[in-house]
Design a protein around this ligand. Structure first.
Ligand code: GDP
Ligand code: IMO
Ligand code: MG
Length: 426
């Protein structure tokens, strides 16, 4: 087990979801960023919604790293993030409105652009699927598809000499091929305005990471989504189109996983899923209602209600083992107050037999019967607790049970959404 403290972290630390997203990555990054020289976002695009609540207000971030509230940290958006210039400029306006500076933001020139046609294609494709995925509709899948097909526009195209020809040519192609009826001229005009705002933030992120690493600076990697939404690992086809796991950092910043000192897997004290796709530990009505209401389980990006499930330690342990996660962050423990008993999934069965290999795809996951243990809950309000030993005994036991089964320590327990509503367990 890793004995390094998390509150006083140094070196390179990565945060990745071990679930289906929305575990509180934004708030954890905000809590950790005060020590960061660099906060670097990898994977995903504007499908991401990272909520931060701090003394400056409440923010929903999609592309800009959640470390932006530390004015001394350089905030990088890496090359495997799908960058939607419209959303990015909206985020900038959100920060402008609260007087938050983003002068240290750098967006990698090689990142793919999510263009208006990607959003339209996302919607068209969903309508034609036999089973909809319930995408966020933000055009992220088609953006990655075009990158893989080697036809997508990149951030650097915005500032190239042939910007106009590139945008117009591609928009025309989309009209002909996908019959989209795009107003080519209007897109060019719009993107000229967006580029004026973004231009000075475009740069090369990899040399910055390399130099910081060589100088022993503190680098915080901010993942998006969760491991079971990974294009390869997740419950295909009910997944996103990028790599939320640790490999995403390697692909994004040319930094090998062995160069990362601490890998933090983040989960809520329960789980949620938004969009379609199987969830073995889905919770029945009354408890689900309690969690949705108390946990305000409404999507940050799309406003959809998230489906709650009991904590699934089979999945979390798989994510921990494969990504060599060194500690867990557990958020929203306060939301479980008042629920007793609490169930924890510790095994899977199919047709009465133990499952020893997780095939992860949707058909396989849909057949699973979860095996639970039950632990007693607690009634006390824990939102003001800051020391582990002050938690009710049953809450302590819940965390200890997770540690025992997953075999990594829980070093961060969040008991409310605000910056600092945290128990640092060291
Ligand atoms: P992310 O995508 O992983 O950054 O998570 P989201 O921001 O989409 O969703 C997490 C939600 O839970 C946000 O509304 C947060 O403000 C909220 N939240 C985070 N941690 C806690 C916590 O410990 N307690 C409570 N009650 N809310 C939390
Ligand atoms: P953060 O970073 C939760 C889900 C969508 C849908 C599937 C595919 O906030 O945790 P997409 O638009 O990516 O093609 O949708 O993935 N999804 C998320 N769910 N949190 C997210 O991000 C998600 N990003 C995508 O709901 O089921
Ligand atoms: Mg989210």
């Amino acid at each position: 087990m890793n004995k390094e403290t998390l509150k006083n972290w140094r070196g390179t630390v990565a945060v990745m979801g071990v679930d289906w997203g929305d575990s509180g990555k934004g708030r954890l990054i905000d809590d950790l960023a005060s020590r960061a020289h660099i906060v670097a976002r990898y994977a995903g695009g504007s499908n991401t919604g990272h909520t931060v609540k701090n003394q400056y207000g409440r923010f929903a971030l999609h592309i800009i790293p959640s470390g932006i509230f530390n004015p001394k940290a350089i905030c990088l958006v890496g090359r495997n993030v799908a960058v939607d210039a419209e959303i990015l400029v909206e985020e900038m306006s959100q920060l402008d409105g609260s007087g938050i500076s983003y002068h240290n933001l750098i967006i990698d020139e090689q990142a793919s652009l999510t263009m208006p046609w990607h959003k339209l294609r996302d919607g068209l494709r969903e309508k034609r699927r036999d089973q909809i995925i319930g995408t966020t509709g933000h055009g992220v899948g088609p953006t990655y598809a075009d990158r893989t097909e080697r036809v997508g526009l990149l951030v650097k195209d915005l500032i190239s000499k042939d910007f106009k020809q590139k945008i117009e040519k591609e928009a025309q192609f989309q009209n002909e091929y996908y019959k989209l009826n795009l107003n080519v001229r209007a897109i060019y005009v719009k993107y000229t305005k967006l580029t004026a705002k973004i231009r000075k933030f475009i740069g090369k992120t990899i040399p910055i990471i390399r130099e910081a690493k060589n100088k022993g600076k503190n680098i915080l990697f901010e993942g998006a989504q969760g491991y079971f939404l990974d294009i390869d690992v997740g419950t295909y086809p009910f997944v996103t189109s990028s790599n939320p796991g640790i490999v995403g950092i390697w692909r994004c910043f040319d930094l090998h996983p062995s160069e990362i000192n601490q890998v933090i897997g983040i989960t809520k004290a329960y789980m949620t899923r938004v969009g379609e796709g199987p969830m073995p530990t889905k919770i029945s009505r009354e408890v689900a209602k309690h969690i949705v209401e108390k946990g305000k389980e409404i999507g940050t990006t799309t406003g959809r209600t998230r489906t709650p499930g009991w904590l699934d330690l089979v999945l979390i342990k798989a994510a921990v083992d494969i990504n060599k996660i060194t500690s867990l962050a557990v958020t929203k423990l306060d939301v479980l107050t008042g629920i007793s008993p609490i169930r924890i999934c510790v095994g899977y069965k199919i047709d009465g037999k133990d499952v020893d290999y997780l095939a992860h795809d949707a058909d396989f996951m849909a057949k699973i019967k979860p095996e639970y243990i039950e632990v007693a809950g607690w009634q006390e309000d824990i939102s003001d607790v800051r020391v582990f030993e002050r938690l009710p005994k049953n809450a302590q036991n819940y965390i200890k049970t997770i540690e025992k089964i997953v075999s990594v320590p829980v070093k961060f327990i969040a008991v409310g959404p605000e910056r600092g509503q945290v128990i640092w367990v060291d």
